[in-house]
Write a protein that binds this ligand. Structure first.
Ligand code: HEC
Length: 111
């Protein structure tokens, strides 16, 4: 009996981790941030080599690297062959979680 309770508790614990991860990025919140923050300045127009929002060709190879890497590049900054992505788009008021939301939105548009 106690074994049953133990495994039930384990299942509950694992599930609560799953749902936390699943809701970690919120692309609707990301859209609002994307539109109101610096991101759109470069990513709407392709300024200085930025992959344009909704440009599936530009995003496909990036998405293939995994969203975690994209978020890390957006948070920490990244100099690639196309240009330089400034850390947090030069907006230090954005939290890592907010960057995650914005990237989720950009990835959704790029698929
Ligand atoms: C000054 C222009 C500029 C601004 C502002 C900017 N970006 Fe970028 N971003 C770039 C450029 C240029 C690249 C492409 C770098 C490369 O691949 O050579 C890029 C690439 C990216 C990538 C793909 C990274 C990868 O690994 O392929 C993500 C994700 C991204 N930006 C997110 C954001 C977010 C989120 C914001 C707003 C907080 C933002 N960018 C603001 C210029 C900008």
């Amino acid at each position: 009996m106690s074994r049953f309770i133990f495994s039930a508790l384990c299942a509950f614990f694992v599930c609560s981790i799953c749902s936390t991860v699943a809701s970690a990025s919120d692309s609707a919140a990301g859209k609002a941030l994307y539109d109101s923050k610096s991101c759109m300045a470069c990513h709407n127009t392709g300024l200085s080599g930025a992959p344009k929002l909704g440009d599936k060709k530009a995003w496909e190879p990036r998405i293939a690297q995994g969203v975690d890497l994209l978020v890390s590049h957006a948070v920490n900054g990244f100099a690639g062959s196309a240009g330089t992505m400034p850390a947090k788009g030069d907006d230090a008021t954005l939290t890592d979680a907010q960057i995650g939301d914005i990237v989720a939105y950009m990835v959704e548009k790029g698929k």
